[in-house]
Design a binder for this molecule. Structure first.
Ligand code: NAD
Length: 256
């Protein structure tokens, strides 16, 4: 068990990548403080983890609200006594080109995707500093590294996550705290499954997505969770300030 005795706060654990991370961390021995806006999905993840003998609390909260983040961290500390791992997985997206985007859409995406990671870090770091130990894993995206039409706010928020990761890694290394991020390619999560279902020609769209990834398939939430497990665990004890790209080779390849 690679996370035995650890406590991990995991955001966005009601669905997709966050759910896989919460489940893998719990299987590896961590107690989970789960947080998500989706009550039903959060309770389902909780039931799954409890059913497999894991430990988890779930709190419905908005991680872009400082008051709700503070309450979540305080409640988690009260229940489990510490937070060793912070997995900032939350992320949302809408689609529009820059010249047609409303300011409110831009601000919402940046607030939920990037500001939330500042807020959770702000409130979890004091305990980590006190114990001189901690690992923070932030979810970025390949869209921080390569351009994809229609998502300027999302891409900018993800680029900000990589910068925040490096900044915090430098600042808190002396306190024994490591901060890394992951940039996934296209992952088969409920979000993407729904986009495919809504498409005029789902088969063609799916084939186009697969073609972007040289390894010839879309990623699974588990592919990303395995990377998060590495970064959260002591196996990466000399790794900080890095962005682990998990993308089936997408960003290493020239378009064909
Ligand atoms: N799916 C992909 O292809 C892909 C690729 C690259 C990066 N990512 C990133 O991975 C992360 C997870 O993506 P996913 O596809 O699993 O998403 P998802 O839509 O399946 O899950 C997102 C979860 O976040 C929760 N959430 C949304 N806003 C919230 C808020 N303000 N407070 C608390 N919870 C909130 C939702 O309720 C949902 O359960 C995101 O950061 C996303 O940007 C995903």
């Amino acid at each position: 068990m690679r996370l035995k005795g650890r406590v991990a706060l995991v955001s966005a654990m009601a669905s997709g990548i966050g759910q896989a991370i919460a489940e893998v961390f719990a299987t590896e021995g961590a107690s989970i403080i789960g947080v998500d806006l989706d009550e039903r999905g959060g309770q389902a993840t909780k039931a799954h983890i409890l059913g497999h003998g894991g430990r988890i609390s779930f709190r419905r909260a908005d991680v872009s609200s400082e008051a709700e983040v503070r309450e979540t961290v305080d409640a988690g500390l009260k229940e489990f006594g510490k937070i060793d791992i912070l997995a900032n997985v939350v992320g949302i997206a809408t689609e529009a080109p820059c010249h047609k985007m409303e300011l409110s859409d831009w601000e919402k995406i940046v607030r939920v995707n990037l500001t939330s990671m500042f807020l959770t870090s702000k409130h979890v770091l004091p305990g980590m500093i006190e114990r001189k130990d901690g690992s923070i894993v932030n979810m970025a995206s390949v869209q921080a590294l390569v351009g994809l039409a229609g998502y300027p706010h999302y891409a900018a928020s993800k680029g900000g996550i990589i910068s925040l990761t490096k900044q915090l890694a430098r600042e808190y290394a002396a306190h024994g705290i490591r901060v890394n991020c992951i940039a996934p390619g296209t992952i088969e999560t409920p979000l993407n499954v729904q986009i495919l279902e809504r498409a005029a020609d789902p088969k063609t769209l799916r084939a186009a997505w697969v073609k972007m990834h040289p390894l010839g398939r879309l990623g699974t939430p588990r592919d990303v969770a395995n990377g998060a497990l590495y970064l959260a665990s002591d196996e990466s004890s000399w790794v900080t300030g890095q962005c682990l790209v998990i993308d089936g080779g997408m960003t290493s390849a020239a378009p064909v």
